[in-house]
Design a protein. Structure first.
Lengths: 307, 308
């Protein structure tokens, strides 16, 4: 087990390095610097600014400095647009918000999806099953940027039940719509995957044996069927997690929650490369970490995996 | 890794070959597909949506970039959908005919989805089949590359690219092309692993056929079923992907538009009582995605019977 974790880490670390180098090279290749504006700066001023941000250094010096800063001090450097703020400040402000609604969306999608999928599989071809299948088919076409305006329209404009935006320290009325908008399509996919894998497991011999021995259905499902049935789902959770963090871009735009997405889009429009790179690398690191956890979990649950 | 012209033609020839030799297989698949009512209806809907995107422009009473200044500020009253004014879907926020804009947006969204699926089919299938056929170290390295690419948050990298190299449809296609083939490569590899041990491949190897020719003539035709299914399911995902980026204002730029951009505009103005600006693009978006998913499911049941 230990060597398996080490081996997976040996893949994860180069992946992260590739991501850092890729985004740095992209930024380096960008035509025009972040300080080229409509009205050209006097050359001395430009030279001073470039010296301050280290832009006058050769390529290899800049990239090694950057990687060293990220790896050793967890420092993504200064923002190019906000003179008094570093990328770290911006991440520290937006990231807790994104993580809060991302976490609840993830929990909601997984819990409801797994429950619905399992219930549908147990009561195959009942009204519950049709309801679950109908939901998972219908919700497929409701990605976050479709769900968000519909929710706003119904619950804020028509019914007036929920505030139309803002964060307010993460109080629950402000949390409901972002979480629902973000989790719906993933909930549907999770329910569908869970239903089909549970159906497959329920038709196997060891489940029939367990039932024949007179073990109560509840116990058969929870103790025997759940573990193998949840395996196909695990590999989906990685991409789902990434999708939810990415979705924060839309959620922040709609609900003005002030998460990491706001800063990402704003920096995209103002060409604040250092902020964009910092967020990209952070999300990439999280993705890789999450995939690592899923892989280890997979190896731990599934005895058939050799490691 | 982009295939050159001759290999593309080879694939097309291979597809034609498979159809002629295996008629009974494809015929029975067609029969199975036809029995699936949801899939058949969805196919008809898709044809109608495509016809709307192709020929809808002929029925528009207004040019899609004509701004009707007489409507300025009175959009909610005068820009409503009606047959009398010729604005079948009403006007958008700048006083342009929404019918013509929706026709254009549907066309561009469909094109994005189909280009993404085509890249996936060409690159992903060849890549996966090659990795699976050669196996061993080649397979290990090729699939490790796919693993590494898969764990990069591409939405963020693509936005970074769009900002750095300028926003254009070409950049969008490059970005979509970069990610769409990864899943397909994995699927094609998995299938190749089972096919390559079949007798007909052994015969080809024994008679000294060149490996590339084995892949193109013997492996890929047998992958076609599963490739078609996943390509169909990929199209809606690519449309969603593009809409997401256009929604943020980073994808398709004015005067062009896509369904994502139209939904974004409509959502921005819904509190002013101009709900049609959101609902018409949303209707076509949902309809297209739904239809593709159902056709894809129908094709899977038809071509891959063991999965039912």
């Amino acid at each position: 087990m230990f060597s398996f974790v080490v081996r997976r880490l040996m893949v994860a670390v180069p992946t992260l390095l590739i991501l850092v180098v890729l985004s740095f090279v992209l930024m380096y290749a960008a035509p025009g610097g972040p300080f080229n504006s409509e009205r050209p700066l006097p050359p001395e001023v430009l030279a001073n600014i470039q010296a301050k941000y280290g832009l006058d250094q050769p390529f290899w010096k800049r990239i090694t400095d950057y990687i060293w800063g990220v790896v050793a001090h967890f420092d993504f450097g200064p923002s190019f647009k906000f003179k008094d703020r570093s990328v770290n400040d911006i991440i520290a402000q937006g990231f807790p918000v994104t993580l809060t609604y991302g976490f609840w969306s993830f929990v909601l999608a997984t819990v409801v999806g797994v429950t619905l999928g399992t219930a549908a599989a147990i009561k195959q071809n009942s009204w519950l099953d049709y309801l679950a299948v109908g939901f998972s088919v219908g919700a497929q076409v409701l990605p976050n940027f479709v769900m968000a305006p519909i929710l706003l329209l119904v619950f804020t404009l028509w019914l007036g039940w929920l505030p139309g935006g803002g964060w307010n320290g993460g109080e629950w009325p402000y949390l409901i719509m972002p979480v629902i908008a973000l989790s719906t399509s993933y909930m549907a996919s999770i329910a569908r995957i869970m239903r089909s894998s549970m159906l497959e497991v329920l038709n196997t011999n060891f489940i029939r044996t367990a039932q024949a021995k007179g073990i109560p259905m509840r116990r058969v499902i929870l103790r025997h069927a759940m573990k193998p049935a949840i395996l196909p789902l695990l590999s989906y959770l990685g991409p789902a997690f990434v999708g939810m963090i990415t979705g924060s871009v839309v959620i922040d735009a709609f609900f003005s929650t002030g998460g990491i997405g706001t800063f990402f889009v704003n920096s995209a429009f103002s060409r604040d490369y250092s902020v964009m790179m910092g967020i990209t690398i952070l999300v990439g690191a999280l993705t890789i970490l999450f995939n690592l956890v899923v892989d280890i979990l997979y190896a731990w649950i599934d005895p058939k995996i050799r490691y | 890794m982009f295939p050159n012209r001759t290999t593309v033609e080879d694939i097309e020839n291979a597809a034609a070959l498979a159809e002629v030799q295996g008629r009974s297989l494809w015929a029975s698949a067609r029969a199975r597909f036809m029995r699936n009512k949801a899939a058949v209806v969805s196919l008809i809907v898709l044809i109608l949506v495509a016809a709307f995107a192709l020929f809808g422009g002929f029925f528009a009473q207004w040019e899609r970039d004509f701004v009707d200044f007489s409507l300025m500020g009175r959009n909610a009253h005068l820009g409503v959908p009606s047959f009398e004014t010729g604005h079948y879907f009403g006007t958008d926020n700048s006083g342009r005919d929404l019918f013509a804009r929706t026709v254009q947006g549907t066309g561009i969204s469909l094109m994005v989805g189909i280009v993404g699926a085509m890249v996936a089919v060409l690159v992903g299938t060849l890549y996966g089949a090659t990795a699976g056929y050669f196996g061993g170290r080649v397979d290990g390295i090729m699939m490790r590359i796919v693993d590494v690419l898969m764990s990069i948050p591409f939405m963020f990298v693509l936005i970074l690219m769009l900002v750095i190299f300028g926003r254009s449809i070409l950049m969008l296609f490059i970005g979509i092309g970069l990610i769409s083939w990864l899943d397909m490569a994995r699927i094609a590899r998995g299938q190749t692993l089972t096919i390559k041990n079949k007798e007909f491949v052994e015969v080809a190897v024994a008679t000294g056929v060149h490996p590339l020719r084995i892949i193109l003539r013997h492996i890929i035709p047998n992958l076609l079923g599963i490739v078609v299914v996943y390509a169909t399911l990929l199209v809606p995902n690519m449309i969603i992907f593009e809409s997401f980026i256009s929604f943020l204002g980073l994808g398709v730029q004015e005067p062009n538009t896509s369904l994502g951009a139209l939904i974004s505009e409509g959502a921005g103005t819904m509190q002013y009582g101009t709900l049609w600006q959101l609902l018409f693009p949303l209707f076509f978006f949902v309809l297209t995605i739904f239809a593709f998913f159902f056709v894809g499911d129908g094709l899977r049941d038809a071509l891959d019977p063991k999965d039912r």
